[in-house]
Ligand binder design. Structure first.
Ligand code: GLU
Length: 345
C-alpha cells in the first residue's frame, strides 16, 4: 500500500533549538533535523522536509504564516502531498494555526506541532509530537474529513482543533488545552482516535462571504488588541480616537470582562471609536461565550452591542483579532462581517 506523502514545514521554535553562545538555546534545527530525530517515521509516510525559517514564534507575522499557507496550497494543488505538518514555536501556535484554519482552501490535513521542552533538555517532547502529528496528517479518517475538521494542533498525543486550542501555561509540558470543548481526538497506542468534529460555521460563513475563501493578497491591516483590566482609565482608547489615523489601526479587539462588559466610563469612547473602525469585544477569560441579552447597564453587553460594539461570541481575543484581520484584508463590509461573527455567537 502506498504511503501518504506528508510535507514537514519547519518554522523554528523550541522544537528546533540548538545550544546558544550565551548559555541558553536559540533556533537552529531545520526540517531535516526534526524528521531525522524520529526513528521509523518514514514507515508511516513519505516525508518531504522543508525548512521555511529558523525563528522563534514570537517573530512570526501574519504575512509569514500566509506564505506558509500559500506553500501548502501550491504543494496540494500540484498533487505533490496528501497532508502537511507545520512545526513552529508554541508561543503563537494557537494564533498561527487559527490563521491557517481561516485561509486554507485545500482539503488536505494540516497539523501544527512543536515542543515545550527543547532538544537539549531531558524528555524533549519534540520527536514524539512530530511523530504524532505525522500520524494524524496521514490518518485516513482525518484525510477523509479534512475540510470539515480544519487545521489541527497536536501536542502530547492530544488532537486539538485550531479554533479551540490555547496555550494555557508558559512552561508545562501539557500547556496545550481546548478549554471550552476539550480535544477533538487523541492518539492511543499510536492510533488516531477522533471523537468529534469542531463547529467551524465561521469558516463556512467566511467562504460564503468571500466566494470560496478570503483573498489575502491585498494589504494586511493592523488590528489592535486591548485587554480591559480593573479601573482602566481609557487613555489608550482616547489616544486612538484623538489620532486621525487611529494610530494606524484598522480595528480594535477589546478583551472584555465577564460576559462582554466594560466600565461605564469607557462606553462613550468605545462608541465613538466604533463609528470609525470595527470594535469587537471578546472574552478576556480565554473560554466561554459572551452574553447578548442579560445585563443592560451602561457598559454591559446589551448596552455595548446597542452602541455598535461587535461580539466575538466564543472566540477569544487573540483569534478574534485574526478573524477581523482576515475579514478586513478580504474587504468584507460591516454587514458581511456581522454575518460571520453571528456564527460564533
Ligand atoms: N517557545 C518559544 C517559541 O514559541 C521559544 C522561546 C523564544 O521565544 O525564543 O518559539
Amino acid at each position: 500500500m502506498t504511503k501518504p506523502r506528508i510535507a514537514v514545514l519547519a518554522l523554528g521554535g523550541t522544537i528546533a533549538m540548538v545550544k546558544g553562545d550565551a548559555g541558553g538555546v536559540r533556533p537552529g534545527l531545520g526540517a531535516d533535523d526534526l524528521v531525522a530525530a524520529v526513528p521509523g517515521i518514514d514507515a508511516i509516510a513519505d516525508l518531504q522536509a522543508e525548512t521555511i525559517s529558523r525563528i522563534s514564534s514570537s517573530d512570526l507575522t501574519v504575512p509569514a504564516v500566509l506564505a506558509v499557507a500559500r506553500r501548502i496550497e501550491a504543494l496540494a494543488a500540484a498533487g505533490a502531498i496528501d497532508g502537511a505538518v507545520v512545526t513552529q514555536g508554541t508561543d503563537t501556535m494557537e494564533e498561527s494555526s487559527f490563521l491557517l484554519d481561516l485561509v486554507l482552501t485545500s482539503s488536505i490535513p494540516v497539523v501544527v506541532t512543536g515542543a515545550m521542552r527543547n532538544p537539549l533538555s531531558v524528555s524533549h517532547d519534540g520527536p514524539g509530537n512530530v511523530l504524532a502529528a505525522v500520524r494524524v496528517a496521514a490518518d485516513p479518517t482525518v484525510r477523509a474529513h479534512a475540510h470539515s475538521i480544519g487545521v489541527l494542533v497536536v501536542m502530547l498525543d492530544n488532537i486539538h482543533a485550531a479554533v479551540n486550542v490555547a496555550k494555557a501555561t508558559s512552561t508545562r509540558i501539557d500547556a496545550f488545552t481546548s478549554p471550552e470543548t476539550g480535544p477533538v481526538g487523541i492518539l492511543v497506542e499510536d492510533r488516531v482516535r477522533l471523537s468529534s468534529v469542531p463547529n467551524r460555521d465561521y469558516r463556512t460563513a467566511l467562504e460564503t462571504e468571500t466566494d470560496g475563501g478570503p483573498d489575502m493578497t491585498g494589504d494586511i491591516p493592523s488590528v489592535a488588541l486591548h485587554t480591559l483590566a480593573m479601573g482602566e482609565s481609557g487613555g489608550l482608547l482616547k489616544a486612538l480616537i484623538a489620532n486621525p489615523d487611529t494610530l494606524g489601526y484598522a480595528g480594535l479587539v477589546l478583551g472584555a470582562t465577564g460576559g462582554g462588559h466594560a466600565p461605564e466610563w469607557l462606553v462613550e469612547p468605545l462608541e465613538t471609536l466604533a463609528k470609525r473602525v470595527p470594535v469587537v469585544m471578546a472574552g478576556r477569560m480565554q473560554a466561554g461565550y459572551l452574553l447578548a441579552k442579560t445585563y443592560e447597564r451602561a457598559g454591559s453587553e446589551i448596552d455595548l452591542i446597542n452602541r455598535g460594539i461587535v461580539s466575538a461570541g466564543r472566540l477569544p481575543p487573540l483569534k478574534a483579532r485574526l478573524l477581523l484581520t482576515v475579514m478586513l484584508t478580504a474587504g468584507l463590509d460591516a454587514e458581511a462581517q456581522a454575518r460571520v461573527w453571528a456564527t460564533l455567537n
